[in-house]
Design a protein around this ligand. Structure first.
Ligand code: HEC
Length: 101
């Protein structure tokens, strides 16, 4: 019994990071305009990840854009500033977005 519980806990720990970041994106209202694999108001996170694949400074650049908002990369519709997101959370979210394949 103890061993089974331990295995479960280990599994939960392994899958937690991805889920935690999606939960963060949901909590911060990102998913109102974005989906992982289809365009809504904003680009899908898979499209964003593909566009910036291999660019080293992408996490920092996207983190700034997530907090401040901006327009013109994906079309005329702007992303409003997300003032409810801290810099640390923006870094986490940007890294999570870029990890979508
Ligand atoms: C009101 C709708 C809306 C909300 C809420 C929103 N976005 Fe966006 N997002 C957009 C639009 C529209 C664009 C495209 C902007 C452009 O073309 O430059 C975008 C672009 C992006 C990009 C790509 C930026 C680039 O320059 O390529 C990322 C990453 C992103 N959003 C992440 C997030 C995250 C994380 C959140 C939650 C904190 C969020 N968005 C909340 C509408 C939204």
């Amino acid at each position: 019994m103890k061993r089974a519980l331990f295995a479960l806990a280990a599994l939960a720990a392994l899958s937690a990071p991805a889920l935690a970041d999606q939960a963060l994106a949901t909590a911060k209202n990102c998913m109102a305009c974005h989906a992982v694999d289809k365009k809504l108001v904003g680009p899908s996170y898979k499209d964003v990840a593909a566009k910036y694949a291999g660019q080293k400074d992408a996490v920092n650049r996207l983190a700034v854009k997530i907090v401040k908002g901006g327009a013109g990369v994906w079309g005329p519709v702007p992303m409003p500033a997300n003032a409810q997101v801290s810099d640390a959370e923006a870094q986490k979210l940007a890294a999570w977005v870029l990890s979508q394949k």
